[in-house]
Design a protein around this ligand. Structure first.
Ligand code: ADP
Ligand code: TRP
Length: 334
């Protein structure tokens, strides 16, 4: 089974994007032939600073490896380094109905957000994504809910192309990532933790003192009990979710651990919010340490990371070039 997914280099990885996407990619790399790439061309559809952009792309690649993607088990590459992505994107443009692009929720959101600079790239974004996928004849594309529409378009384009020019592309299926646990903002637990608001995020690579500061100042709720109640106690519920996923303990176990019934450490009393938060800080500092150390190590070994990406590019390009040869022939180019 061949699997592919991409991530935009638009900010550091937070525990929401780690738990919601990358930790699941890590499992997939054990079972399938996986391709993961940094979607730098997609990121250029909104303003980026050319001075820092290439460092940002490199940082995203480093973070993927530091978070546990294993270059021995999957192919990791940078989208813009495989020119076939843009070539196929153009050719797919010629069979894409404009109406389908205009209907895309992400386009509507982003064109609203960047009103003064609605560029054609923002509209054509899903065609490039379809090219990313179809080039590699993949079976399965692990994505979050927000990418479902883009995957539908990809399937439509694959079918349409196959019908018009003869069987060329595998029609891929989305693999919806488990969304069971949505991690919420530390400052406003009714909103999703998102890198568009970095001050509300706990990053996977935060230093211990930063983790402590962020968790101790995370918004909590009225009352005292450490109980999972997302409606009445969204702050505590979010911290319990984080504790449960990172510490691999059930919420029930945690509720017990931090109640008077829980254990000797509490002297027969319920844990206070502060005690609970301190325990969470301790857990996070310990569990996130390997990620932090690995990122530091990789930052100091740029040549090694570049080698990984070069190997990835080569492997990706062989497959992409094979598909393009077929596409060009089918469309009557050379
Ligand atoms: P952001 O929303 O911070 O910009 P991305 O869009 O880069 O994050 O997220 C990549 C994927 O990570 C999403 O498709 C989703 O599956 C997952 N993800 C992001 N934020 C969260 C979150 N707070 N909780 C759970 N999963 C998340
Ligand atoms: N659009 C995706 C996102 O914002 C990233 C992406 C680009 C992607 N190309 C892809 C995901 C191909 C899966 C397959 O999250």
């Amino acid at each position: 089974m061949r699997i592919l997914s991409g991530i935009q280099p638009t900010g550091s990885m937070h525990i929401g994007s780690y738990l919601g996407a990358v930790s699941q990619w890590k499992k997939l790399q054990e079972t399938g032939e996986c391709f993961f790439f940094v979607a730098d061309l997609h990121a250029l559809t909104v303003p980026q600073d050319p001075k820092s952009f290439s460092a940002q792309v490199m940082q995203t690649a480093i973070e993927l490896i530091a978070a546990g993607l294993n270059p021995e088990k999957c192919v990791i590459f940078i989208q813009s380094e495989v020119k076939e992505h843009t070539e196929l994107c153009w050719l797919l443009n010629t069979i894409t109905p404009l109406g389908e692009l205009e209907r895309m929720t992400q386009y509507k959101d982003k064109s609203g957000q960047f009103k003064d600079s609605i560029n054609a790239g923002l509209l054509n974004y899903p065609i490039l994504q379809a090219a990313d996928i179809l080039l590699y004849q993949v079976d399965s594309v692990p994505v979050g809910e927000d990418q479902k529409q883009h995957l539908e378009l990809t399937k439509n384009l694959a079918r349409k192309f196959n019908q018009k020019y003869g069987k060329t592309f595998n029609v891929p299926e989305p693999l919806m990532l488990e969304t069971g646990a949505k991690i919420m903002s530390l400052q406003n637990p009714k909103k999703k933790m998102s890198k568009s608001q970095p001050e509300t995020c706990l990053f996977l690579f935060d230093e211990p003192d930063v983790i402590k500061k962020k968790i101790m100042s995370a918004v909590t709720d009225t009352g005292k009990a450490i109980k999972y109640d997302p409606e009445k106690k969204p702050g505590i519920a979010n911290l319990l979710t984080i504790y449960s996923l990172i510490g691999q303990k059930s919420i029930k176990e945690l509720e017990k651990k931090f109640s008077a019934r829980g254990g000797s450490a509490l002297d027969g009393k319920d844990a206070s919010y502060a005690q609970f938060k301190m325990a969470l800080v301790k857990l996070l500092v310990e569990k996130l340490e390997p990620f932090r150390l690995k990122k530091k190590e990789l930052l100091a070994r740029e040549v090694y990371v570049k080698e990984i990406l070069e190997r990835g590019r080569k492997r990706a390009q062989i497959i992409a070039a094979g598909t393009m040869q077929d596409v060009r022939k089918k469309m009557g180019l050379n």
